[in-house]
Design a protein around this ligand. Sequence first.
Ligand SMILES: C[C@H](O)[C@H](O)[C@H]1CNC2=NC(N)=NC(=O)C2=N1
Length: 91
Amino acid sequence: MADPLDDDEIERKLPEDWRFDGDEIIRTYEFDSYGSAVRFVNDVADLAEAEAHHPEITLRYDEVEVRFTTHEVGNVTEKDLRLADYTDGEY
Ligand SMILES: C[C@H](O)[C@H](O)[C@H]1CNC2=NC(N)=NC(=O)C2=N1
């Protein structure tokens, strides 16, 4: 099982534009069109499948909210932080 991180460590390692709330890290991405938001969601879904780590994704007409947590730990782990970086790379 992945090691849990303490809250200070999560805050310290949080990528820019992400926030830590409860047991999740969250970022909202903005888009010019619904189509580009949908393409981003598909890219993130492919990434999630490749990494076997699946964020909660909310698609709105011009923005996408992505939330990572590690269910088996009940908090944020290094894997969530790494996937947050990878997700930024898809933007
Ligand atoms: C066995 C498999 O790797 C696990 O069930 C994965 C699947 N995807 C997951 N996704 C997320 N976000 N957290 C998890 O703990 C998790 N566990």
